[in-house]
Unconditional design. Structure first.
Length: 329
């Protein structure tokens, strides 16, 4: 019952927020359909060659150079959300952290050492948003701030994001990260309507619209990352995996994603080592084979259809209770 009421509250906020807030790729790899706003054509997919990545960090630096200054600093003391058990998340004093995903770090290098027949091997995986084909974060966003473009880019519109974190809970890998004390909720109802804003990789959607690759791909000195129409990248990934007797991650996970990893090593072995080395947790996504998560969305949608006004009633009830507490001697 508690989860249902929590989700209904988010639906109320969606309506309220809507009222108050109003290096170049070859042309063959970036079709006209990938231009922002074009509703036809094939999405773009990134192919990451894990065997080629040496962990140099050029992609991380390029991402930070492009996006770090765009993430705002919070107010001096972010307001405590109601109820009080909701945590404030403030990373503004840890903007230099690069060993995990944070509101200020949208891409990081996940690494582990895998034992093979030839001996120990260090592997590196550039981790960021997977840009799912059918993204639950966008489908379940309570304010409609999480969206998807025809290019395949899944991004967050910070003009309407209230930081309630539904996208994080819907994501199988918990990619979106929250920064409290920023965003439009501060001028709406800061204790009741949100908790900052969510941040994650946006696929450099503006660069894609110009026919350019994302910053991380353009910066890779080993060409371990490439981007192109999904069918071409899927074909290339399958050929690479077959030649190496290797594995693909992202092809079917969560119903399919626009980020594919290929490796001569099994991703289940990497997952086991990441767990053993304590490299999976907050801001450090797993490599588990996530199934399609839209069943969760359908269940939650049914709840909303059964009680469309419950969210508004719950929000006003909380405000009323708070006022009553203040009136008591």
């Amino acid at each position: 019952m508690g989860k249902n009421r929590f989700f209904q509250r988010r639906r109320f906020l969606q309506g309220a927020a809507g009222l108050l807030l109003g290096g170049t790729l070859p042309s063959a790899l970036v079709p006209v359909a990938a231009k922002a706003g074009n509703l036809t054509g094939e999405p773009l997919t990134t192919l990451i060659d894990v065997d080629a990545c040496d962990g140099c960090g050029a992609c991380v630096r390029a991402c930070r150079d492009r996006n770090l200054e765009g993430v705002p600093l919070p107010v001096r003391q972010p307001p405590q959300p109601y109820p009080s058990w909701i945590r404030i998340q403030d990373w503004s004093g840890k903007r230099d952290v690069t060993d995990r995903l944070t509101p200020y770090n949208w891409l990081y290098l996940q690494s582990c050492t895998v034992q093979t027949e030839a001996g120990a091997r260090k592997v590196f995986l550039p981790r960021r948003c997977m840009h799912c084909i059918n993204p639950p974060c966008a489908n379940l966003c309570s304010t409609g701030a999480a969206r998807q473009r025809a290019s395949g880019a899944v991004y967050i519109d910070h003009g309407s994001c209230m930081g309630d974190g539904q996208c994080d809970r819907a994501c199988p890998w918990m990619i979106p990260r929250r920064q409290s004390g920023v965003g439009p909720y501060l001028s709406f109802a800061p204790r009741y309507a949100g908790n900052g804003q969510m941040f994650k990789c946006d696929y450099c959607q503006d660069l894609l619209a110009e026919g350019k690759p994302p910053a991380c791909i353009a910066a890779c000195p080993r060409q371990a990352q490439r981007i192109g129409p999904r069918k071409d990248m899927v074909r290339a990934a399958r050929v690479m995996a077959e030649e190496r007797k290797g594995d693909i991650f992202g092809l079917n996970e969560n119903g399919g994603t626009n980020t594919l990893y290929v490796s001569s090593l099994a991703f289940r072995d990497m997952e086991a080592e990441l767990l053993r080395e304590d490299q999976i947790g907050y801001g450090r996504p797993s490599l588990r084979p996530a199934g399609a998560s839209m069943d969760k969305e359908n269940r939650l949608l049914g709840t909303v259809l059964l009680a469309p006004l419950a969210g508004a009633a719950l929000a006003w009830l909380r405000i009323w209770r708070e006022k009553q507490k203040r009136r008591r001697p």
